[in-house]
Design a protein. Structure first.
Length: 509
C-alpha cells in the first residue's frame, strides 16, 4: 500500500504529538475526584445512563420532568427541563454521538431526544405510546421502547404491554404485544406494570415484566421482526432482604442491565436489592441489598464505562420505602454507585478475524488480522496482518517509504482473557523490477485484554528502527540497537461477526 505523503512531520514532532495525544486524557482522568456512593435528589429519580467517559445522566420526576447530567466526579448540571406537568420521566439511553433519550409516560407520553446542548425534540410516532418506560439500542442503532401497558388510562381500560421499534432516523412502529409483556390486575398501583427494563445482547432483547417478576427474551430476527417471546428467568425472592417472603409485597422487578459476559442484572424494587442472573445456567445471586447498600426502591441501573473485571454500577432510588414502612430511616430518592466484581464468565479466545483501529493525530489507522491457535491449550497464537488504511506518521523517519508489510504477530496468554503481544512490520521501497528493499523495521509490543467476547483493548509501545540497524540482515534489529522513534501505542480490536443484512429497496422506490 502506498504511503500517503500528505504532510511533513519531523520524527521529534511525531513523538511529541503522539505522547500528548495518548497520555493527556489518562492524566486528566487521574485528577478526577471519585464519584460519591450516594447522591440525593429532589423528586423521584427513575432512568439512568452512562456515556463512554463516565458522565452519568439521570431522569427525575419532580414538579417537572427533568434530565440531569453528572460529571465523572458527581457534579450535577441540569441538562434539560421537559416542562410541566411532571410525573412521567422514565427510562433512558444514549446513542453513539452523545444524544440522550428519555421516556415520558402518561403525561405528554413519548420518547424525547436531548442533544448535548440541551435541545429537546420528540421522536416521531412515539406520541402513540401510552406508557413508554425503558429504552435500549441494538447494534444497528435501532431503538426499542418498552410500553408497560396500552389502552386508555382515563377509563381504566388497560391493554397488553409491548415493545415499539424506531429504526435510525425513522418513525416509531409497534413491534410486539404479548401476554408475557403484560402486567397483573392493579393492586399496589392503580395500573398494571408489565414490560419495563430492557437490554439488548447478541441478537436478543431481554425485557423485565415487573408484576410477574419475569425476564422475557425476545429474539430479533435478521429482517428486524420479533421472534417468539419466552420466559428466560422468573426472578426469585431475595433471602438476604429484610422483606424476604413478605406476605404484603410480592417479588417485583424493575430495571435491567447486561454485563459484557451476558449476565443479567435486575433491580428487585420490592426487596431493595439487585440480583445477577448467570448467563450460562440462569442461577440467581444477590449482589447488593439494603441495608448494606443504600438501596431504597431501586428502579433503573447502568454500568459505568470501565469494562474490566471490576464494574461501577449506577442505580436510581425511587425512594418509596417510607410510603410502605414509614417508621424507619431510609436513604430516600437518589443515585447510588456500587462497585462490584463480575462473575468470571466464559473465557474468550483471540481466534478469528479482527479489525483493529489505532488512534493517531492524523486519524485512525485500520488493520485487519487473523489469529490462529498454536497449541491445544490455546495459550499461544500467531497472527497475520493486512494494513487497510494509510500510515503517514513516520514518513520523515523513512523518507523512502512506499509500502508497509507485516511479518506477523505472536500473542501469549498471561491471565484470564489477557495476552502479551509482539507484532513485527517492515517498511519497504521498490529497488528494481520485482525487488523490494527494507528501509525500516517496526515492532509493536504490549498487552491486550478482552472487554467482551468480541472486543479487546490494548496498550503498548511502537519502536521503529532503520534498516542499517539490522546489519546482519536477519529481519530483526541487531542486539543493543535503540529505536530511532519510540511512541506509546493504544488500540481497540473488534472480532468480525455475522452482520445482519439490509432489506433490499424494491425497484422504483
Amino acid at each position: 500500500m502506498k504511503a500517503k505523503r500528505t504532510r511533513s512531520l519531523s520524527a521529534v514532532g511525531i513523538v511529541a504529538v503522539l505522547v500528548l495525544a495518548l497520555t493527556s486524557p489518562i492524566q486528566a482522568q487521574g485528577n478526577e475526584a471519585p464519584f460519591p456512593s450516594f447522591i440525593p435528589f429532589e423528586g423521584q429519580p427513575e432512568g439512568v445512563a452512562v456515556d463512554k467517559v463516565g458522565n452519568v445522566f439521570v431522569s427525575v420526576r419532580a414538579s417537572s420532568d427533568q434530565v440531569w447530567e453528572l460529571s465523572p466526579s458527581g457534579v450535577r448540571t441540569l441538562l434539560a427541563d421537559l416542562g410541566e406537568p411532571g410525573g412521567g420521566a422514565c427510562g433512558m439511553a444514549l446513542d453513539a454521538v452523545g444524544n440522550v433519550y428519555v421516556c415520558r409516560a402518561m403525561t405528554n407520553p413519548g420518547v424525547y431526544r436531548i442533544a448535548p446542548d440541551g435541545e429537546v425534540a420528540p421522536l416521531p410516532g412515539t406520541e402513540q405510546t401510552v406508557f413508554p418506560n425503558a429504552l435500549a439500542f441494538d447494534d444497528q442503532e435501532t431503538l426499542y421502547v418498552t410500553e408497560t401497558f396500552s389502552g386508555d388510562i382515563s377509563s381504566g381500560s388497560f391493554g397488553q404491554g409491548g415493545i415499539w421499534r424506531i429504526a435510525k432516523d425513522g418513525t416509531a412502529e409497534l413491534w410486539l404485544r404479548d401476554e408475557l409483556l403484560t402486567g397483573l390486575p392493579p393492586a399496589l398501583f392503580p395500573f398494571p406494570i408489565g414490560a419495563n427494563g430492557v437490554g439488548f445482547y447478541h441478537g436478543d432483547l431481554y425485557v423485565v415484566n415487573t408484576d410477574k417478576a419475569l425476564v422475557v427474551r425476545v429474539p430479533v430476527r435478521p429482517d428486524g421482526s420479533p421472534g417468539q417471546p419466552e420466559v428466560w428467568k422468573e426472578v426469585e425472592d431475595v433471602p438476604e432482604s429484610p422483606w424476604y417472603n413478605s406476605p404484603l409485597f410480592p417479588v417485583q422487578a424493575d430495571g435491567l442491565a447486561l454485563d459484557v459476559h451476558g449476565n443479567v442484572y435486575v433491580t428487585v424494587v420490592s426487596r431493595n436489592a439487585i440480583v445477577r442472573i448467570n448467563a450460562d445456567d440462569r442461577s440467581q445471586e444477590t449482589v447488593a441489598v439494603y441495608p448494606e447498600v443504600p438501596l431504597d426502591s431501586p428502579a433503573s441501573l447502568a454500568f459505568g464505562p470501565d469494562k474490566g473485571q471490576w464494574e461501577s454500577l449506577f442505580v436510581t432510588n425511587l425512594g418509596m420505602s417510607k410510603d410502605f414502612i414509614p417508621d424507619q430511616e431510609w436513604p430516600g430518592p437518589g443515585l447510588v454507585k456500587i462497585d462490584l466484581q463480575q462473575s468470571p464468565g466464559l473465557e474468550w479466545s483471540p481466534e478469528g478475524v479482527w479489525i483493529t483501529s489505532v488512534p493517531t493525530p492524523l486519524g485512525n489507522m485500520i488493520v485487519k488480522s487473523n489469529w490462529v491457535a498454536q497449541d491445544d491449550a490455546k495459550t499461544r497464537f500467531t497472527g497475520e496482518f493486512e494494513q487497510i488504511s494509510g500510515y503517514p506518521l513516520l514518513i520523515d523517519v523513512y523518507p523512502d517509504l512506499e509500502e508497509t508489510e507485516y511479518g506477523g504477530g505472536l500473542a501469549v496468554k498471561i491471565g484470564l482473557n489477557k495476552y502479551e503481544m509482539t507484532n513485527l512490520q517492515y517498511f519497504t521501497k521498490t529497488s528494481g523490477p520485482g525487488l523490494k528493499e527494507i528501509v525500516g523495521i517496526g515492532i509493536v509490543n504490549g498487552t491486550f485484554e478482552f472487554v467482551g467476547p468480541d472486543m479487546a483493548q490494548g496498550q503498548g509501545t511502537g519502536a521503529y528502527y532503520m534498516a542499517a540497524q539490522d546489519a546482519d540482515q536477519d529481519g530483526f534489529p541487531d542486539e543493543g540497537q535503540e529505536p530511532v522513534v519510540c511512541v506509546p501505542w493504544g488500540w481497540t480490536s473488534k472480532r468480525l461477526a455475522i452482520i445482519p443484512g439490509c432489506i433490499p429497496t424494491p425497484p422504483g422506490e
